[in-house]
Design a protein around this ligand. Structure first.
Ligand code: C5P
Length: 424
């Protein structure tokens, strides 16, 4: 199971623990959800406290645990109504027969049952019980009622039970539950981004990393590019609602969530794949790749043997990918990058014109604190003349923040074009 629990900012989850031996698994569940970046508050029923102590959950969640409904001291902290409003999701795990029955009947005689009635947040229950109790007509009837009421039921697993029985009733493993919760928020976020994101409805193609140009079957020419900028931009474009294809040279980076990745080696392969993307329909093309300027004229079929003091390898120029794409009839919005060690702005502005780009982001790679392998970057962005937009300085920030600022710049330029077109 892939376990990409990238941080989902500021989502609040109430983990409600009820009486059952599976309560010990809830401790790990809280830990996993915290690892994923969620804010966690734990509610425990009396039954739960017979199996595991509030102190355990306090330590794991980093918050005091809620156990009482009518305790003035507890209510003075975060009362049950505030708790109900605070939650983006209520996850009852394990959910006992008794809790399911209370929810189904609408009782409100303890903190959890009251919270259930008072919250607008989605409620998920992970029932865990003896297989006979699970199969009991009353339990199934209550579950049906809960499903009708909009509660999401996480089906129990089958297997050996703590009581010695074998059958349905085991709570799924904490990792599995944490994964489902994270997926739920990812999907919800994605639905919003696809509707309202800055790049909603756009297909963005990004080249990233170095290219690798073979000399013979074991040697190659390449460069130090790590691909971090392109990968970070791919994540930012995806978060902005775009469909993203990342054409990656050889790098050792994980593919950002939701991004389609196509691995290539050489500049020629990178160009071929980029051209295929135009056929698929591409709205924005971002060239972050550090493409090798030259490739070996004729790659040796066998390993070149050591001989003599010198080895001459003849090189030929590689195609300019971004410039080639910019010349096509179905031309996307074109974004280039320029890494320079001197006359940074002058060279970058020149490339903007020469390669017929819409936008170029340049940085000074002679600075050790930014650029290539660094996690930080600082850039200046230029727009083609017809946009009538001022250049933008992006202050030194993480590549993640710089990526968001670049998405803003692309979005602004695209909207600016729309405005200019409307004026005519
Ligand atoms: O000419 P230079 O390599 O400095 O230009 C950098 C920009 O052009 C980057 O956006 C890079 O990805 C792109 N480029 C390209 N194909 C090449 C060389 C550069 O797409 N062969």
């Amino acid at each position: 199971m892939s376990f990409d629990l990238s941080v989902i900012p500021n989502k609040n989850i109430i983990v409600a623990v009820t009486g059952g031996i599976a309560a010990y698994k809830s401790a790990i569940l809280v830990r996993r959800l915290k690892d994923a970046g969620f804010n966690i508050r734990v509610v425990m029923t009396k039954g739960a406290q017979a199996f595991i102590t509030p102190l355990t959950f306090q330590a794991l969640s980093g918050n005091s645990v809620h156990t009482e409904l009518l305790n003035p001291e507890a209510e003075a902290g975060m009362g049950h109504i505030e708790l109900a409003r605070w939650a983006d999701l209520v996850l009852v795990a394990p959910a006992s027969c008794d809790t399911l029955a209370k929810f189904a009947a609408g009782l409100a005689d303890d903190l959890l049952s009251t919270l259930y009635l008072a919250t607008k947040a989605p409620v998920w229950v992970a029932p865990a019980m003896n297989q006979q109790m699970w199969a009991a007509k009353a339990t199934q009837r209550n579950l049906n009622t809960l499903v009708e009421d909009g509660v999401h039921v996480i089906m129990p697993d089958a297997g050996a039970q703590a009581c010695g029985d074998i059958g349905l009733g085991r709570m799924p493993e904490p990792e599995e539950l944490a994964y489902q919760v994270t997926e739920y928020f990812h999907k919800a976020q994605r639905t919003i981004a696809e509707k309202f994101g800055q790049l909603a409805g756009k297909h963005v193609v990004i080249t990233a990393g170095p290219t690798r140009e073979s000399i013979d079957p074991v040697r190659y020419i390449s460069n130090h590019s790590t691909g971090k900028m392109g990968f970070s931009l791919a994540a930012a474009c995806y978060s902005a609602g775009a469909k993203v294809t990342l054409i990656a040279g050889p790098v050792s980076l994980d593919t950002p969530n939701g991004v389609r990745r196509i691995n290539v080696q050489s500049a020629v392969q990178m160009l071929d794949t980029s051209m295929q993307m135009l056929d698929e329909g591409c709205d924005i093309f971002i060239a972050t790749a550090a493409v090798a300027d030259y490739r070996v004229a004729s790659v040796a079929e066998h390993k070149i043997k050591k001989s003599g003091d010198e080895l001459n390898v003849s090189l030929v120029k590689n195609p300019d990918i971004v410039a080639t794409i910019a010349q096509q009839a179905k031309r996307p919005f074109m974004v280039g990058f320029a890494a320079e060690t001197r006359n940074v702005e002058e060279y970058a502005a020149g490339k903007l014109v020469a390669k017929k780009l819409d936008m170029i982001a340049c940085n000074d790679v002679s600075r050790a604190d930014i650029g290539f392998a660094s996690d930080q970057n600082a850039m200046t962005v230029f727009f083609a003349d017809h946009y009538q937009m001022q250049k933008r300085d992006l202050e030194k920030a993480s590549k993640q923040e710089i990526s968001q600022q670049l998405v803003d710049a692309i979005h602004d330029a695209l909207n600016h074009t729309a405005e200019i077109e409307e004026d005519f």
